[in-house]
Design a protein around this ligand. Structure first.
Ligand code: NDP
Length: 483
């Protein structure tokens, strides 16, 4: 019998008002479990519990908070093989990527464990005599974390860890496509010495649970990662309560490949950036802006590399690219292939549905050639194992194509020229820039975020996270004149 999993509210595991099946995208006969579907009433309960628990948690000594985060991080790292397998099974990324994601999630917790002890304020003399000023950061209160399926554990971890570190309570709504990883992380958090209600998991649909969180007056801040339309909707609902927002959304990242690039490095960087995680990364290299001086040689090796990629079951050894996450995603991807062809692009390889030994949502990595930056396939985020080559005649043209987008999350350049690398680093209009590296793959101890429609609100990760997860209090103290 298929196992059922519950929500975690106020320190108790509870049923929802229904259940959804969680299906393995590598083998649709494999049902991972039945997961509770929360309701707006459960969101109300979670907000009440979280509000009470946060008042207790913020009074915990910093060492006690630090110990909780450290223990969560260490358990994630120690169990990365087991939990990585679960993640890959429900999301479809190859096992090594699944394990790596769990380990990285653990590192977010241990990093913010240390940050618990590094919360320093400022002090100053007033412009008036005998008055001192103390500036310090305080928790925001109850934080809603709304996360996507493509990095089900890491994205949640880089929001939950700083939220708890800075003294807040959390209500987490994961994507409905990846609830098993969410339950696994919740089980680890639930074991810790924390007040009941400090951490709540409400699995459910975006339209019910997500909307209820977005519009709830008791939720003081929302950290969201997902698509632009959903981000816009959340902002519209939340702003009426002046809820604080941090949103990481879509992108259309470009990798510029210059005529002076190391050809093999450029191809490796492009393949990794375009097809890692089946292209389902907000940092994926979906536009390859290639100098005409290297274009033909680059394209030949790129296409050969894409054709050679081993597409298969996420848990099978040797798989380099797993399935895409769902039938809906696969249908959308194939529609983008049709769109690209109708816009006049040439499909050099891939972009086809694959029938493998197990029934799953498989497609071959696709490379479009002869594309222009004004085509829809180069303007809209596809979130697919598809990438487009745009040929340019100079570095200046490459930079202008890279920046010609509504988004602005990451961009990269492959070049041997220090002058071009430095110019690009200063002039690319993105939140993250890479040189001779894929556009995907970032660290946890430095800020992450984008410009344009890619991001809204304060940056995530690193020490910058305190901008979102705290509020500043400025205290004026007059000691009086009596000695
Ligand atoms: P969605 O925007 O569809 O969903 C993200 C989350 O929002 C899910 O938990 C979803 O719930 C929830 N949600 C859906 N509708 C609402 C609503 N009306 N109110 C509140 N919450 C809602 O994105 P995906 O999960 O499909 O993830 C893919 C997208 O995420 C891509 O566009 C990608 O670019 C973006 N992304 C951005 C990143 C970044 O850092 N910039 C990183 C990773 C992904 P449910 O799934 O249950 O409907």
């Amino acid at each position: 019998m298929t196992k059922s999993y519950q929500n975690y509210i106020g320190g108790t595991w509870v049923d929802g008002s229904g259940e959804v099946e969680n299906i393995n995208p590598s083998d649709t006969r494999d049902v991972i479990g039945l997961f509770a579907q929360g309701s707006s009433a459960q969101v109300d309960q979670a907000v009440v519990a979280a509000t009470e628990a946060q008042a207790v948690w913020k009074g915990y000594g910093l060492e006690r908070r630090q110990a909780v985060l450290q223990a969560i991080g260490e358990e994630l790292m120690a169990r990365s093989a087991e939990l990585g397998e679960l993640l890959s099974r429900e999301e479809g990324k190859p096992l090594a990527e699944g394990k790596g994601e769990i380990y990285r999630a653990g590192q977010f917790f241990t990093y913010y464990a240390a940050e618990c002890l590094r919360q320093l304020g400022q002090n100053a003399d007033s412009v008036r005599p005998n008055i001192e000023i103390d500036v310090r950061r305080e928790p925001v209160g109850v934080i809603a974390v709304i996360s996507p399926w493509n990095f089900p554990t890491a994205t949640a971890a880089w929001k939950i860890a700083p939220a708890l570190c800075y003294g807040n309570a959390v209500i987490w709504k994961p994507a409905n496509l990846t609830p098993a990883s969410a339950v696994a992380l919740t089980e680890i958090i639930a074991k810790q010495d924390i007040p009941a209600g400090l951490f709540n998991l409400v699995v459910g649909s975006g339209s019910e649970v997500g909307e209820a969180l977005a519009g709830h007056k008791g939720v003081k801040a929302i950290s969201f990662t997902g698509s632009v339309p959903v981000g816009r909707r959340i902002a519209q609902v939340a702003v009426s309560n002046f809820t604080k927002l941090q949103m990481e959304m879509g992108s259309k990242n470009a990798l510029a490949v210059m005529d002076d690039a190391d050809l093999d490095l450029a191809v490796t960087v492009a393949l990794g950036g375009a097809f890692g995680g089946s292209g389902q990364k907000c940092t994926a290299s979906s536009r390859l802006v290639v100098h005409e001086g290297i274009h033909d040689a680059f394209v030949e090796k790129l296409v050969a590399g894409a054709k050679a990629m081993q597409v298969g079951h996420a848990l099978e050894q040797g798989t380099q690219m797993g399935p895409v996450v769902s039938q809906t995603q696969l249908d959308e991807n194939l529609e983008y292939v049709r769109l690209g062809l109708s816009e006049g692009a040439e499909l050099a390889c891939g972009g086809e549905r694959l029938e493998l030994a197990t029934p799953g949502f498989y497609m071959s990595p696709g490379v479009f050639l002869g594309t222009r930056n004004d085509m829809r396939i180069n303007r809209e985020e596809m979130f697919a194992p598809l990438t487009s080559v745009i040929k340019v005649g100079s570095y200046d043209e490459a930079l202008s194509v890279v920046n010609d987008t509504e988004f602005g999350l990451t961009s990269g350049i492959v070049t041997r020229s220090l002058a071009r690398a430095n110019h690009f680093r200063r002039n690319a209009q993105t939140g993250v820039v890479t040189v001779n590296l894929p556009t995907a793959g970032t660290d946890y101890h430095v800020p992450f975020g984008g410009r344009g429609e890619s991001s809204y609100g304060p940056r995530e990760q690193g020490r910058t996270a305190d901008e979102f997860f705290t509020v500043v209090k400025t205290a004026y103290i007059s000691a009086g004149d009596d000695l």
